[in-house]
Design a protein. Structure first.
Length: 94
């Protein structure tokens, strides 16, 4: 359940290269009955791979200057606003 002015319960940080698996985890997250935000962190040069997801409510795409999963996660954590933060890989299942 996306949120607008309501306190965000869950921030989901996904460090990715924007491969096909990302679509599946996004579908699972958007079916949750929580107030959430999704932060996709992707290297700048691969940003084009996730532009089609801009229409998902409460999703933010954060371009990273490096292609390094740990650095990408850290960037996502710095931008997270949820009471709880969870980090997922783009090939995980909920």
């Amino acid at each position: 359940m996306p949120t607008d002015s309501v306190k965000i319960e869950l921030s989901v940080v996904i460090a990715t290269l924007g491969l096909q698996n990302l679509r599946n985890i996004l579908l699972e997250i958007t079916s949750l009955e929580l107030k959430y935000e999704i932060l996709i962190v992707i290297p700048e040069q691969l940003h084009y791979r996730v532009e089609s997801y801009n229409s998902i409510p409460c999703l933010k795409i954060l371009p990273s200057t490096v292609m390094h999963q740990v650095a990408q996660r850290a960037l996502g954590f710095r931008h997270a606003n949820g009471e709880y933060i969870v980090q997922l890989d783009d090939d995980q299942f909920l």
